[in-house]
Design a protein around this ligand. Structure first.
Ligand SMILES: Cc1cc2nc3c(=O)[nH]c(=O)nc-3n(C[C@H](O)[C@H](O)[C@H](O)COP(=O)(O)O)c2cc1C
Length: 399
């Protein structure tokens, strides 16, 4: 077995374990994938600097968020269709996160039922897509609340599906039906095929309450991301009526939208371009982070995702002022490579990298990582100086 030292090693292993159409689903971005690449390129362009001769015998990687302790400043981003990587993939992700003391965000497009995840875990969060049939969102949130989930993440960057050209070319569909075109691809991955045959084709298990399976039509709606395009800032009142815990907005890229989120009572933001899977040509997440942090001015926690592959990437976002970082594909590489143990290993290797980086940078705690750790003469990120949009006053009632 090849040695897996870093996220890239897990990626290579995942590529060898999964049929091409599944790996492409995981790996791909929208259209020409320029935003996908920008996420990495802009992170790599940022340079750190160190502070030396500091006593670093007492490294503490933990952070506090919404009154809860995270053992590390990173968490598992929502990933739809985890069952394609491993049957029960969502449960495996959830368990690995719980074992490590970090959050896991269950996707609306998950394949494991909400009720199969441990109850009363505040680090278990739910990601919400609002499809045109709003009753789906209502029942998903109600069940997550009953299960004691700790936060709700409303994804706002999918009013329509991004054009994932790899999926179109591969004729990727759910429920999964191996066509003769895919047969050769699938037969080259007998381990994957055997697990799929045993676990059954993954279904979007949370679209209906109870044991009945969602109709093929409802599943197709989610796969093609037929969302409620009437969803707007006022709709946050409807979300608030369903959920009274911490509410985060995921998919914000513009500082004026960050101010709108504040004005409408969001408890946190995730700066994200959906891993380059939505608007191709959109700014990289790391470059969008800086102006959003300035707009939010510490009033609520700001997180970021997109392209983070090393703890040195994570540390760059923390140095800019992000409260924490979400990771999508790296965790799915771990899942595809080794199930729950694979995800746990990815979490662990990032922890080891983080501890080493903190010692090298002269930081004992996450709070010790500041803009002081970013080298001067950094690439110029958009400043949005020309944006004079007025921030609306918060509504009179609180929600
Ligand atoms: C295969 C895959 C499925 C995803 N499914 C969802 C989803 O269901 N809901 C959501 O809000 N984001 C989804 N995302 C986006 C991730 O939550 C996250 O924003 C992105 O993966 C971060 O970039 P990274 O993969 O480079 O870490 C998905 C991403 C991937 C790669």
């Amino acid at each position: 077995m090849s040695v897996r030292l870093n996220v890239e090693d897990y990626r290579s292993h995942a590529r060898r374990s999964l049929p091409k159409f599944v790996f492409d689903y995981l790996e791909g971005g929208a259209e020409g994938e320029s935003t996908l690449h920008a996420n990495r390129a802009d992170l790599e362009a940022l340079r750190l600097t160190t502070r030396c001769l500091r006593d670093t015998r007492d490294i503490d990687t933990s952070i506090e968020v919404f009154g809860q302790t995270w053992a590390m400043p990173y968490a598992i981003a929502p990933i739809g269709l985890c069952g394609l990587f491993r049957p029960d993939g969502d449960v495996m992700m959830s368990r690995a996160a719980r074992g490590a003391g970090i959050p896991h965000v269950l996707s609306t497009a998950s394949n494991s039922r909400i009720e199969t995840l441990p109850a009363g875990n505040p680090l278990q969060w739910l990601q919400l897509y609002v499809m045109s049939q709003r009753s789906i969102a209502e029942q998903v949130v109600r069940r997550a609340r009953a299960q004691g989930f700790g936060a709700l993440v409303l994804t706002v960057d999918v009013p329509v599906s991004g054009a994932r050209e790899r999926d179109v070319r591969n004729q990727f569909k759910v429920p999964f039906k191996p066509t003769s075109r895919l047969a050769l691809d699938v037969l080259q991955r007998p381990g994957w095929l055997w697990r799929l045959a045993k676990g059954g084709s993954p279904q979007f298990a949370n679209l209906v309450d109870g044991d009945e399976k969602p109709s093929a039509q409802t599943q197709a709606m989610l796969l093609s991301r037929e969302m409620d395009r009437s969803l707007d800032w006022q709709s946050l009142q409807w979300v608030r009526a369903l959920w009274d815990g911490p509410l985060l907005i995921k998919g914000v890229l513009h500082p004026a939208d960050a101010r709108m989120a504040l004005a409408h009572g969001a408890d946190g933001l995730i700066v994200s371009n959906h891993g380059g899977r939505q608007l191709d040509g959109a700014v990289s997440s790391i470059s969008a982070l800086h102006p959003i942090l300035d707009a939010v001015a510490d009033r609520i926690p700001v997180f970021v995702d997109g392209g983070f592959r090393r703890a040195s990437d994570i540390v760059k976002a923390l140095a800019l002022g992000a409260r924490g970082v979400f990771l999508g594909r790296p965790m799915a590489y771990g899942l595809a490579s080794g199930g729950e143990a694979g995800v746990a290993s990815v979490i662990d290797l990032l922890r080891n990298e983080l501890r080493r980086n903190m010692i090298l940078m002269g930081a004992n705690t996450i709070a010790d990582i500041t803009r002081d750790h970013l080298a001067p003469n950094q690439p110029v990120f958009p400043r949005f100086d020309t944006c004079h949009e007025q921030t609306p006053r918060p509504p009179a009632h609180s929600f």
